[in-house]
Unconditional design. Structure first.
Length: 440
């Protein structure tokens, strides 16, 4: 089925009554196809009850308005770095107050427009105090992501609601005796350490994702595991923990960072993609970085050249791995402490947490309107080569490790770059009418 979208933006001056109207057509991306994709044992059905009961409003019931035009490409299904969200809204939600980015849904003007059910209209509204700023692009997204948004960079406040990045996810339990850190080319990779902390082992097993293997069983711990490499502990610190493991896959290498027991150091290891050897090791210490004490989380930038780490002082730091003395403070407009920020998943240079997003290009954290989901203080991201999935693990010493996988709802389903940029101010209300026309 083909879907055509049309956007009408109305800006009404509340003092003069003047109405400015802007019309544009949009393109559909592969966002919905990614959400519906079959991921075998890595992912359950996309048709949860909420989705089945109201497909259009659950999968296309959110809107995001950005300050910059996006590349019009069907594969551009996630927001790229360096772009700020001006406004957002979602089906069924009426909102006043902070955050001022979030608007309301007009149920009276929305819904099917004809008896043949070929035309559906979403109507979103913002008051004079909401959604102010530059608007260059309008995108439909899922209902939860329309609420959560892409970072409240204007109000710098957040609203805790009932949605999170895994709403409609239909989670699958992938618990295992080894801590997974990466899924790549239908293989899941693990890291483990011996009880004395003297060695680290990298292992892998097959998973059913884009192909089938008869050895695969429903529980990951029952699959055939192959040890790839065992190395001696590269640090004098006893490895009593592998908390907050982060992986980045580069052209010819894989970089892993993790936190051993204690708050004085972080470990960064680099391997060739076949894990035939350890090619480099960096021990990031408080002494080398002049950070008083690390606290809880750290993660690598997309190119693995820098480590973003929280300090016991509540600040967030960016550490140059080529020169550990080169440390700068990261903007934290999310008003979150280092305790809160544990990476859940990432897309390129944008990194998502349970209630914040970090953009490498903007070098700042911005708050999200997400609910605080299960076990968030102890979970972290497992790297995937498919951005439609999330896999999260609880690495805090539990055995077997609690691991869950499911679908991400943060896709961009449409891209509508406006023919002329719209700037809304406090003298105007705004209405966005997004009309979807369905054809066979």
């Amino acid at each position: 089925m083909k879907i055509k979208g049309h956007t009408e933006i109305q800006l009404t001056n509340v003092k003069t009554g003047e109405v400015k109207t802007f019309h544009d057509d949009n393109m559909m991306t592969n966002g919905l196809a990614e959400f519906m994709k079959n991921h075998g044992m890595l992912c359950g059905t996309p048709f949860t009850d909420a989705v089945k009961n109201d497909l259009i409003n659950t999968l296309l019931g959110g809107i995001l308005l950005f300050d910059t035009a996006l590349t019009e490409n069907a594969n551009n299904t996630r927001l790229t770095d360096g772009i700020k969200m001006t406004a957002n809204a979602c089906h069924g939600v009426t909102h006043t107050g902070d955050p001022t980015e979030l608007g309301s849904y007009d149920a009276n003007e929305s819904g099917w427009q004809n008896a043949a059910h070929t035309v559906y209209r979403h109507v979103f509204t913002w008051t004079t105090s909401q959604g102010n700023g530059r608007i260059a692009c309008a995108c439909l997204t899922s209902k939860p992501h329309g609420y959560i948004g892409e970072g409240n960079s204007i109000s710098k406040t957040r609203l805790v609601g009932s949605f999170n990045p895994t709403t409609y996810a239909s989670e699958v339990d992938l618990s295992t005796a080894k801590l997974p850190f990466m899924v790549l080319d239908n293989e899941i990779f693990y890291i483990s350490y011996d009880s004395s902390g003297d060695t680290l082992t990298i292992s892998k097993s097959h998973v059913t994702d884009t192909e089938c293997d008869m050895r695969d069983m429903e529980a990951q711990e029952n699959t055939i595991v192959e040890d790839l490499l065992t190395i001696n502990n590269p640090t004098a610190t006893v490895l009593q923990s592998l908390s907050y493991v982060c992986a980045r896959v580069l052209t010819d290498s894989v970089v892993i960072s993790f936190s051993p027991y204690g708050n004085q150091r972080r470990i960064v290891l680099t391997f060739p993609r076949d894990f035939s050897s350890l090619t480099s090791y960096i021990e990031v210490t408080t002494a080398a970085t002049s950070i008083v004490e690390f606290y809880n989380f750290s993660f690598l930038t997309a190119d693995a050249t820098h480590l973003i780490a929280g300090g016991r002082d509540g600040k967030v730091y960016k550490i140059n791995l080529a020169n550990l003395a080169d440390v700068s403070e990261v903007g934290n407009d999310s008003a979150l402490t280092a305790t809160d920020i544990v990476e859940i998943f990432s897309t390129g240079k944008r990194h998502y947490f349970h209630n914040a997003v970090y953009d490498e290009t903007l070098n700042a954290f911005y708050p999200l309107n997400a609910s605080e989901w299960r076990g968030v203080s102890g979970v972290n991201d497992v790297y995937k080569d498919d951005i439609s999935l999330y896999i999260r693990s609880n690495p805090r010493g539990y055995y077997p490790y609690n691991v869950n996988g499911g679908r991400r709802n943060d896709y961009l389903a449409t891209i509508n770059n406006l023919s002329s940029v719209v700037t809304k101010d406090t003298t105007q209300t705004m209405k966005v009418i997004y009309t979807l026309t369905f054809a066979s």
